[in-house]
Design a protein around this ligand. Sequence first.
Ligand code: AQP
Length: 333
Amino acid sequence: MEKKIFSGVQPTGNLHLGNYLGAIKNFVQLNNDKKNKCVFCVVDLHAITVYQNPKELKDNILETVATFIASGIDPKKSIIFNQSQVSAHSEAAWILSCIARMGWLNRMTQFKEKAGKDKEKASIGLYSYPVLMAADILLYDSTHVPVGDDQKQHLELCRDIAQRFNNDFGAESFFKIPEPLIQKEFSRIMSLKDGTKKMSKSEISDLSRINLTDGKDQIINKIKKARTDTLPMPSNVQELDSRPEAKNLIGIYSSLCGISTDNSIQQFSGKNFSQFKEILSQILIEKIIPISSEIKKLLNERDYLTKILSEGCKKADEIASKKIKKIHEILGF
Ligand code: AQP
């Protein structure tokens, strides 16, 4: 069956190992399957739900495209574009915000986490972010959405919005009901400083994450300083439940090597963390440095990156504006 894939990444800088292992690595595999039609979006409208410096945003948009290409997404095969350049996204988000219910959005845990205690000061965009995400996905009749585990709830909301629209307007299967594609293992990479917190771009400490632009020495230093406990390496999977930092580092190792957690545990059982960390650094260098070098090279080719976006925008606009036209007809505009 042909799969229609849609996913997005925010151009908020510091793309990291979590974004790569949780999402982008999966994008590359989907891109490589001839049967799939993939759309990968740089979601700049999502980024402005919190303040962005305009000059940095411009650079980060190109850096996100560079990261896609450096990781192995082929712009001839997949559509790569930025959200703000296809106006159908903003329009569909408004329309769908009239379908989504306050009660549904009130349950979104990411808003609660990101807004923190000061909800009154959060932007309305941050609150309605999942509605824009639903618009992104539904405009392309997407059947599958590869995301990290943190986006699962937003995808469920997208399915509810699609179903409600179809029911309210008697437009059976007008919006396709998309399936999440979430990796069973390693779908949430945690901070190197706290195994209970997600690795994230906005975390102040750079030591909490491996950035996809980090060099060899930075990787070695960050892994050396990564938090662990005082026990030797675990000898079974059950032990990981109470040892979040060990679980995270073993998860990163397993994901990079493409092996199971069990297999990694057997390799390192009883050894001390410093031996494991050396090997982990080596594998990170092997996998991340080629991407990091390619990103740096591509960032000197701004015209090339801009051309990829403008060609992608044309293709995306063609699909999305047709869908908006049909939405207008259904609504009676
Ligand atoms: N730590 C993570 N582990 C696994 N997957 C992750 N993703 C993000 N962090 C992790 C996945 O990466 C894709 C793109 O994410 P995004 O750009 O939309 O931003 P985000 O999820 O808000 O990422 P951050 O790093 O957590 O940013 P901030 O700090 O700004 O909140 C998504 O598929 C996401 O699941």
